[in-house]
Ligand binder design. Sequence first.
Ligand code: OAD
Length: 229
Amino acid sequence: MIVVLTGAGISAESGVPTFRDAGGLWEGHAVADVATPEAFAANPDLVQSFYDTRRRLLADVEPNPAHYALAQLEAAYDDGLVIVTQNIDDLHERAGSQSVVHMHGQLRSALCTSCGQQSPWDGDLAPHPPCPVCGRHTLRPDVVWFGEVPYDMEYIQHALLMCDEFVSIGTSGAVYPAAGFVSFAGATGARTLEINLERSEGSDNFGESRRGPAGMLVPEWVDEVLARR
Ligand code: OAD
């Protein structure tokens, strides 16, 4: 089985901005000002508008060759492929991938802080719409903020234990627990490969590191995997 971890770099060529390339700013905001529960408590309208804007921008972007190559690999590879993404966009799904775990949540989902239910969501949350399940006006973006526990960690750990190959694509290796997955998988004997535009904080932990744009290197790697079957 192969586990692929993706980060903002895989969506960069689709036009989705990464986090750390713009000097730690995300669309002009410090990550801590929009991606923490404290920021949401202090300034809910700013945080809602910020994610509303990003949700609307999904309509303007398309999957790129890296997303499509992973979907092609999943369809053709019999030994199992799990994509664990830190991204909150839906580009893996739109490229055709089915086995996608969104460990940091999703823009196209809303979480009710009253009833705890997640609801598919494509509109804005800033106007405080009612929760479709309980009717209270307490929806927030269904994204995992700093200080919160990522989704599906038990499933992810099991996949990392079982995999023969772990591949990290377009992530800076700066945010845990995702940054620790390579060591976890490597300790159980999995082959480890990093594909990233440049050297990352985690590069030394990988058995192999390839530098370049994901849109070029991921299709190349997928061809290699399919050729060696
Ligand atoms: P980052 O912005 O930290 O890192 C993106 C990485 O992708 C960098 O190492 C870039 O060099 C690389 N990159 C950029 N363009 C690329 C391309 N075309 N091809 C390949 N690589 C490219 O994004 P993440 O590592 O995803 O969490 O950030 C991890 C988490 O930190 C995010 O999920 C988010 C953020 O704060 C939360 O919001 C909880």
